[in-house]
Design a protein around this ligand. Structure first.
Ligand SMILES: *Cc1c(COP(=O)(O)O)cnc(C)c1O
Length: 424
């Protein structure tokens, strides 16, 4: 049990994600986690609806992932990547090159999703320098996006509703089109693409790349947009000859019902960012993949100027290798389909509630959008009291559980959400 004294220390000294230090939201002590369950330090057990923010797809304390980590730990947990290489990085890169579209041939390993985005943006800029089109230094994206919290990643996140509006005055100003409106399962309407199309055409000679999350806009609002929109993005990039950067950091490795959400649009990006579930939630690791032609363009201007201390960390690469192998061995599509069905059934009753604006499910992602902002501390406590771990934000109560969640656990998880959403 974490002592009251330690919790007080935590509140006074330790920053948690997106909190104030003077009036922090409550935190819950966790002492261990197993499968799809978190054990609170007071012994209560919670069903996990978050997969630790998309990452922990195989559940916690997984024997194969543990064994892979232990094996690597006994050999070397870290070594610099400058002038050195190692089997975990090589094997993981081989596997990523194999399972992603054929044209994505090169891999840059970095520390996290945000850094994978930073690297992608730098790659795009350096590519245009390399091929002699230095005017192409603008990024275009859509509102409602989220690409991370580091400085340049912030500049392509939603500028208003996003988490970073405080910094707006010191961020580079890039070009934002309207958020895609036609939802995943609605019928396509060509006018949805007009905003992005006209913005890009007006700036066609200065756009370095379009940056977008394929199909699922995650932390920017949990919207699922239409596959045709994604197709149109690719066509537009080809038309004006700019690069396409896809951010699959949240969606990669099966979550959306495709191994990669870009498959819904049957398109391939020039640069692809991976993270989160890449290591099965065991370690922090990002990967930025690109085509041979982009790699050649970048290299024409010299070396790519990025090289974090923990680049290609062997522990992270080894556990990622094992996690991706597990995905490929398991019936991930069957599991995601089963979870999708369970979430649809279980969340459907909230549609009746006056306080609820929308319910949507895609793959193993379930979203309840309320009409009003949620009191996170209260809702969180009510959910914990009902034995589930769900972290609401804004107007959203959303889940993306580990893929090993059982049908009974889905019933408990969704049942608790239905009850709590109906409380007031
Ligand atoms: C989480 C996330 C990021 C940032 O990844 P971090 O590992 O938190 O830096 C970027 N893009 C998307 C779509 C994400 O969901």
């Amino acid at each position: 049990m974490i002592s009251a004294e330690d919790l007080a220390f935590d509140a006074a000294h330790i920053w948690h994600p997106y909190t104030s230090l003077t009036s922090p939201l409550p935190v819950y002590g966790i002492k261990s986690a197993q499968g799809c369950e978190l054990m609170l330090s007071d012994g209560r057990i919670l069903i996990d609806g978050m997969a630790s923010w998309w990452a922990c797809i195989h559940g916690y304390n997984h024997s194969r992932l543990n064994a892979a980590m232990a094996d690597q730990l006994s050999k070397m947990s870290h070594v610099m990547f400058g002038g050195i290489t190692h089997q975990p990085a090589i094997d993981l890169a081989k596997l990523l090159v194999e399972i992603t579209p054929d044209t994505l041939e090169t891999v840059f390993f970095s520390d996290s999703g945000s850094i994978a985005i930073e690297v992608a943006l730098k790659m795009a800029l350096q590519y245009w320098i390399g091929v002699g089109a230095t005017d192409r230094n603008q990024f275009v994206t859509v509102r409602g996006g989220y690409h991370g919290d580091t400085y340049h990643a912030m500049s392509v996140c939603d500028p208003v509703g996003g988490m970073h509006s405080l910094f707006a005055s010191s961020l580079p100003k890039y070009l934002f089109a309207d958020r895609p409106q036609v939802q995943f399962n609605q019928s396509w309407n060509e006018s949805d693409f007009e905003s992005l199309r006209s913005l890009v055409l007006q700036n066609s000679k200065v756009v370095a790349a379009i940056v977008i999350e394929p199909i699922v806009q995650g932390a920017g609002g949990m919207h699922f947009y239409h596959p045709t929109y994604l197709r149109r993005v690719r066509e537009l990039c080809d038309e004006v000859e700019c690069l396409l950067i896809l951010d699959e950091i949240a969606t990669g490795f099966g979550r959306s019902g495709k191994l990669f959400a870009m498959e819904y649009g049957k398109i391939v990006p020039d640069i692809l960012c991976l993270g989160k579930a890449l290591t099965g939630g065991y370690m922090t690791l990002g990967a930025t993949m690109t085509t041979r032609s982009v790699a050649n363009g970048i290299s024409a201007s010299g070396p790519l100027m990025h090289g974090p201390t923990f680049m290609g960390n062997p522990l992270a690469c080894r556990v990622a290798l094992e996690s991706v192998r597990l995905v490929l061995e398991m019936d991930w599509l069957g599991q995601v389909g089963r979870i999708e069905l369970g979430l649809r059934r279980g969340l459907e009753p909230v549609r009746m509630l006056k306080s609820v604006a929308d319910v949507r499910v895609l793959g193993a992602i379930g979203v309840v959008e309320m009409k009003d902002p949620i009191d996170v501390a209260v809702v969180q406590r009510e959910l914990v009291n009902r034995g589930v771990w769900v972290r609401p934000f804004g107007k959203l109560v959303y889940v993306m559980p580990p893929l090993c969640i059982s049908d009974e656990q889905i019933v408990c998880l969704t049942g608790a959400i239905v009850e709590v959403c109906g409380l007031k």
